[in-house]
Design a protein around this ligand. Structure first.
Ligand code: NAP
Length: 496
């Protein structure tokens, strides 16, 4: 990634933050050895800590101690509501951080800040998820005479491992639910974009979150490894790629694992679809955030009868996108997170072209910028078709029938999918057959409302985020049973 422990710039906390890590309730202001760079040209823009296993240990222990202290639900709710308000007020500051250290344009960054405020607001409102039930013990012989209930109790310490592409809102999607559920939480943000997470932590503390309940440890995969393998961590909530997911699953030991992973997302366009609307949505869904989006449109299956007309529209829409600086509000596509990532995408596209594919636009790299690319004729086994590209590349494929489109769409694991058609029956029939966490009718895969259950099947994830669903995942039922006297107990299995 773009961060590196190099350079001679003053190693002080950046972006007006109080420190370059938050460990055991204290901001770390010394030992900020990791430079964070602007992907645009690699210029260092800030410095953070490289937290080692000892720091991680201190953060986890403090979070566990803090989580054992009383912090009533009403105070948790008020703190998260207040944090949502501050995030809205601090929109320019937060969007500036996201857009400077990350690869989003300023417009995309502002949208992420608004969504972060919404995620925190939804978290504040999610307390009722913790409600329990009275247990129906008298529905069983052995339960006769007993009374009881359960509530949802926090798990303890949540390890939140987050990626670079939504560096603020994806942190909020873990921290908000973890806190409202009553947990402590230790965040390990992506090495490329740690300041966004640090800024959110600063706001949460300002809003009244007890300092040691929340930590942000900075560093690379080694810091993440120390966190997920720590015995004091009770649940690992990870968002990132499948390779890292496999490493975490192998290393973490017996802990609850929640995983939000990638997808190779298809969109099906039927012969009766509104082609202008479909093309417009596909261009936005494929190239927003320079394609570095787990919901990005990667494969388009177009009915043969409209394939050429759709391709013409998609190509025209793509050519109209301005590739340029993130600060320019007319920019449609900014840089990728680093030159190495852009070079990887370039290599995948070049391999497809060498195998007979045709680029209708794009297929060109300038440093960390990869120009939005529309491909046809891609070999069936090309990386751009079978793996998650996570870059600004879309492939259009003609299909002869809806059944063929569904089969092709299901040939790779999607997180979300989309279908464009004028017919409701056709839409629902296709939606029922697609293997994806959500199917969007007359929209693309690139749609997430922060309150919905969000996640995928198989290699796209384990469990669901979306605030209420994350609160449920970060808590478990805890029963209280009033056993009653012997006169009430059954004669069957009395001692068990
Ligand atoms: P990544 O390389 O898997 O990294 C994700 C996080 O894991 C980073 O903080 C990373 O640290 C950390 N990490 C790396 N090795 C680790 C280890 N051994 N133990 C613990 N943590 C470790 O993913 P990325 O490149 O940042 O993000 C892209 C991927 O995320 C794509 O596949 C995308 O689809 C997926 N994604 C999914 C969703 C979703 O909600 N489903 C949302 C966004 C992104 P470093 O950064 O320091 O390496």
């Amino acid at each position: 990634m773009t961060a590196a422990a190099t350079g001679t710039a003053p190693r002080t906390a950046s972006f007006g933050l109080p420190g370059g890590a938050l460990v055991a309730g204290a901001w770390q202001t010394a030992g900020l050895t990791v430079a964070v760079s602007d992907p645009h040209d690699g210029t260092p823009v800030g410095w953070v800590a490289r937290n080692d296993a000892a720091d991680v240990d201190a953060a986890v222990r403090a979070a566990a101690r803090a989580a054992a202290e009383p912090w009533p639900l009403w105070q948790r709710r008020e703190a998260l509501d207040e944090a949502a308000r501050i995030v809205r007020d601090e929109l320019p500051w937060l969007a500036g951080i996201i857009s400077t250290e990350g690869s989003k344009t300023i417009t995309e960054a502002e949208q992420e800040v608004r969504r972060c405020a919404e995620t925190l607001r939804l978290s504040a409102a999610a307390g009722p998820v913790l409600r329990g039930e009275v247990l129906e013990f008298d529905d069983s012989d052995r339960g006769a005479g007993k009374r009881g209930w359960f509530v949802r109790a926090p798990l303890g310490v949540v390890a939140a491992i987050t990626p670079f592409n939504d560096p603020l809102n994806l942190v909020a999607h873990k921290v908000g639910p973890a806190l409202i559920a009553g947990n402590g939480v230790v965040v390990k943000p992506a090495e490329a974009t740690p300041h966004s997470a640090l800024a959110l932590a600063e706001i949460l503390l300002r809003a009244g979150v007890p300092p040691a309940r929340l930590a942000v440890v900075c560093g690379d995969g080694a810091t993440g490894h120390a966190l997920v393998t720590h015995a004091g961590v009770d649940v690992v909530s990870f968002t990132g790629g499948p390779v890292t997911a496999a490493r975490i699953a192998a290393a973490a030991g017996p802990k609850k694992l929640l995983m939000e992973l990638g997808g190779n997302n298809p969109v099906i366009v039927c012969g009766d679809a509104d082609l202008d609307a479909a093309a417009d949505a596909i261009v936005r869904g494929a190239f927003g955030c320079a394609g570095q989006n787990c919901l990005s449109v990667q494969r388009v299956y177009a009915d043969a009868s409209i394939h050429d007309a759709l391709l013409t529209r998609i190509t025209a829409g793509t050519r109209a996108l301005k590739v340029g600086p993130k600060t320019d509000r007319t920019t449609g596509v900014g840089p990728m997170i680093g030159e190495a990532e852009a070079a990887r995408v370039e290599a995948w596209v070049d391999a497809a072209l060498a195998g007979g594919a045709r680029a209708h636009t794009g297929a060109r790299r300038d440093g960390a910028y990869y120009h939005p690319t529309v491909l046809t004729g891609v070999p069936a086994d090309a990386d751009v078709l079978v793996r998650e590209v996570f870059g600004p590349v879309v492939t259009v494929v003609p299909v002869e029938s809806a059944a063929a489109a569904v089969a092709a769409a299901n040939s790779a694991q999607a997180l979300h999918a989309g279908v464009f058609t004028g017919g409701l029956d056709e839409a629902l029939s296709i939606a029922d057959r697609l293997h994806a966490g959500a199917v969007v009718v007359n929209g693309t895969s690139d749609l997430r409302i922060d309150s919905m259950p969000f996640g995928g099947f198989k290699s796209s994830g384990i469990g669901r985020e979306g605030v209420r669903f994350a609160v449920a995942a970060m808590s478990e039922p805890r029963c209280t049973i009033i056993a009653g006297g012997p006169q009430h107990q059954s004669t069957v299995n009395r001692t068990q």
